[in-house]
Design a protein around this ligand. Structure first.
Ligand code: NIG
Ligand code: FE
Length: 423
């Protein structure tokens, strides 16, 4: 017996119907909205979309579960293509330091930053790491994320990097969300290799990466290419080794300064370059030519207090396809793609339609999944969210509130908002 559900009478059914690839320039503004729309879901996939009236004429709705979405937006599940969701501990003490004007490096020297989380993550048991990360993922699901990328990079030794990636795999098996695993051993140089970054790069490329590949633990490999982290040559060494092992490539690029990250992403045919607060003109042009996704993380400069926001407008106008992501990590504890969309509009001057495209089909393309998810079209996975607003343009406007009322993953309702208690 097939299981069918019809979600109907959406004030806006945001389909994003269009080319089965990332969207650039004006394409990012075309949401293909169906007013009074309905979507038919069968066996975990989308069977049909259209006006509610015609859908009910064409489909025998007797005995079929019907969900009424009157006055609400129905849209593809949100895709969060850049997160560091797996980690142990927290770093809230850093906020006082940021408020006193301390820089990222001073915070590191005070025992904060990535290496602090490396210590906490190494000290945690596999079960603790799982539980702390699962709690964040449940919150992300409740905010409408149905596919999430997750990076390693708080182990920085072979055992804990592999433990992080196995935890990512287990999270994907046990929670109703697809998780795309990324190996990021080159996130920082660990204490054991202090002053010897080239030795650490060799260790990552020749020892850790092959072990990751043997267990098939990562789809992508990412590198923090930045002055103070890994330079373009060191980043290239790790990324070329990953490519030879069949992994896709991503780059944390030009976050604090023009470090050649965008150029490197284009040179190596990476799927995406991320952050991009300070890319060079050549770097952006090379990305546009090669159709490389620019992933904007507006939560990071917000949380870092003093970071530069990426110039999304410039990238979009030049023709770089743009996606959005939370960058969830202990410095930027942002579990919500809705808040990210709001920051994108208010701080990056993206339109609500562009922010929505960047959080669905383009975010899917940043993970190589644009043919499977990211739009409401026949044959795609039934990853769908219902938002408690009548128009998509309201989503970034109502920030600080979770607007999701229902989250569907692979055709199953995995989260609904309970009725608010009466005062
Ligand atoms: O993407 N930029 C490098 N890495 C992370 C920060 C990780 C952390 O501070 O723990 C990022 O922002
Ligand atoms: Fe990051």
């Amino acid at each position: 017996m097939s299981e069918t559900t019809i979600i109907m009478h959406a004030s806006e059914l945001v389909t994003l119907r269009g080319p089965k690839r990332s969207r650039a320039k004006a394409e990012m503004s075309d949401l293909s909205i169906i007013p009074d729309g309905a979507v038919v879901v069968s066996d975990g996939a989308i069977e049909d979309v259209g006006r509610t009236e015609s859908i009910l004429k064409e489909h025998d709705a007797s005995g079929v579960e019907r969900l009424d979405a009157s006055g609400k937006v129905v849209m593809p599940g949100l895709v969060d293509p850049h997160t560091h969701v797996v980690f142990a501990g927290s770093r809230e003490f850093e906020l006082d330091l940021k408020l006193k004007g301390k820089t990222y490096l001073e915070i590191m020297a005070a025992g904060g930053g990535i290496l602090r989380t490396v210590g906490d993550t190494r000290a945690a048991s596999e079960q603790e790491l799982f539980e702390q990360s699962a709690a964040r993922l449940r919150s992300m699901i409740s905010h409408g994320s149905t596919t999430v990328e997750a990076k390693s990079g708080y182990g920085l030794d072979k055992d804990v990097e592999l433990r992080m990636l196995r935890t990512i795999r287990r999270l994907g098996e046990e929670l109703p969300v697809d998780i795309v695993p990324t190996f990021m051993g080159a996130h920082a140089v660990p204490q054991e290799f202090a002053g010897r970054p080239d030795d650490y790069v060799r260790f990552v490329a020749e020892d850790v990466l092959p072990a990751v590949a043997r267990e098939n633990l990562a789809v992508f490999c990412d590198v923090f290419c930045e002055a103070g982290a890994f330079d373009p040559d060191q980043s290239r060494t790790v990324l070329m080794a990953a490519k030879a092992l069949g992994m896709g490539l991503k780059v944390h690029a030009d976050e604090f300064s023009s470090s050649g990250g965008a150029e490197l992403a284009a040179e190596l045919g990476a799927v995406s370059a991320e952050h991009l607060a300070k890319p060079s003109d050549d770097g952006i042009m090379a990305m546009a030519r090669k159709d490389i996704m620019g992933v904007m993380l507006p939560g990071t400069p917000y949380a870092s207090m003093g970071g530069t926001y990426p110039e999304a407008r410039r990238l979009i106008d030049i023709g770089v396809p743009v996606a959005l992501a939370t960058d969830l990590n202990p410095n930027c504890w942002n579990e919500s793609m809705q808040f990210t969309m709001s920051l994108a509009c208010y701080m990056l001057r993206m339109t609500p339609a562009e922010a929505l495209t960047a959080s669905t089909v383009n975010a899917a393309a940043a993970l190589g999944l644009e043919k499977k998810i990211g739009t409401l079209e026949r044959g795609k996975r039934a990853d769908i969210v219902v938002m408690d607003v009548a128009s998509h343009a309201m989503i970034p406007c109502r920030f600080g509130t979770n607007l999701c009322t229902l989250v569907m993953k692979d055709g199953k309702v995995v989260w609904t908002r309970g009725p608010a208690p009466r005062p």
